[in-house]
Design a protein around this ligand. Structure first.
Ligand SMILES: NC(=O)c1ccc[n+]([C@@H]2O[C@H](COP(=O)([O-])OP(=O)(O)OC[C@H]3O[C@@H](n4cnc5c(N)ncnc54)[C@H](O)[C@@H]3O)[C@@H](O)[C@H]2O)c1
Length: 258
């Protein structure tokens, strides 16, 4: 029943084979979606090469550079989607960034520029990409973003990223309210801690993972593929009545009081 055949899906946020976005892209592809990929370009073209090799088995019909802090690149990404695909069905927002200095130590010492960077890349980008996708989602659509428990609880070292994720979850609700009449659904997946490039910047991430393995009802943390399965579900007709929600894919950790 989970069939995404013919759906055009743009996946952002693949950096390597540990990326949550990579787990999502694989599961969307498995469900039949036509995949477009964006990557964060660097001067030497290293990321482009690495991501291109990784995603080759998915046969992406679009492969585009898109730094969300670069208005021109975002504009050009959606112009290309318009030209090559005509419309868009699925947008996966799976990216975040904060300076390493702001992901450990005292939250009260967060710098203004660190705050602006974290919120710009990790929160505003959802609003920006959903706004650009809206006119292309002419047959309805599904937007999925990635959040973390630090949005609603104080997690050691997560600091400014917790504020960014709180803003992200609020943005999910506002976007869902605005885009619902166009049959565009907007949801977040709050994933348990997974070892990735981004999470390695958070102080004590391994301790967080070990703690979850001890305490979560399923006595483990989750995989990128499990998050990918949930994203595929949220993008499918099976989730046609779900919008504005934060769905926990965290082996149940969120329900525990101790
Ligand atoms: N790993 C975890 O434990 C965990 C848990 C819950 C939520 N998340 C969220 O999942 C998402 C994906 O992170 P991940 O853990 O897979 O790490 P990751 O490092 O693999 O992915 C982060 C991505 O963000 C991209 N990015 C950073 N700045 C960008 C910019 N300016 N423009 C475009 N792209 C940019 C990077 O290129 C990278 O592909 C993030 O939103 C993260 O907060 C991660």
């Amino acid at each position: 029943m989970l069939d995404l055949t013919g759906k055009k899906a743009l996946v952002t946020g693949i950096a390597n084979n540990r990326s949550i976005a990579w787990g999502i892209a694989q599961q969307l592809h498995k469900a039949g979606a036509n995949i477009g990929i964006t990557y964060l370009p660097d001067e030497k073209g290293k990321m482009e090469k690495k991501v291109a090799e990784l995603v080759e088995p998915l046969n992406p019909s679009l492969f585009l550079p898109c730094n969300v802090q670069n208005e021109e690149q975002v504009k050009s990404t959606f112009e290309t989607i318009h030209q090559k695909w005509g419309n868009l069905d699925i947008l996966i927002h799976c990216l975040a960034f904060a300076n390493k200095d702001d992901l450990s130590g005292d939250f009260s010492q967060t710098s203004r520029t660190g705050f602006q960077t974290a919120l710009d890349v990790s929160t505003y980008s959802l609003i920006q990409l959903a706004g650009a996708a809206k006119p292309l989602m002419t047959q309805g659509g599904s937007v999925v973003t990635l959040s973390y428990l630090g949005a609603i609880r104080a997690i050691p070292n997560y600091n400014v990223m917790g504020v960014a994720k709180a803003g992200l979850e609020a943005s999910v609700r506002y976007l869902a309210a605005e885009l619902g009449p166009s049959q565009i659904r907007v949801n977040a997946i709050s994933a348990g801690p997974i070892r990735t490039l981004a999470s390695s910047a958070v102080g004590g991430i391994l301790d967080m993972i070990h703690h979850v393995e001890k305490v979560a009802p399923l006595r483990r943390t989750v995989t990128q593929i499990e998050v990918g399965n949930t994203a595929a579900f949220l993008c499918s007709d099976l989730a046609s009545g779900i919008t504005g929600q934060v769905l926990y894919v965290d082996a149940g950790y969120e329900i525990m009081g101790m």
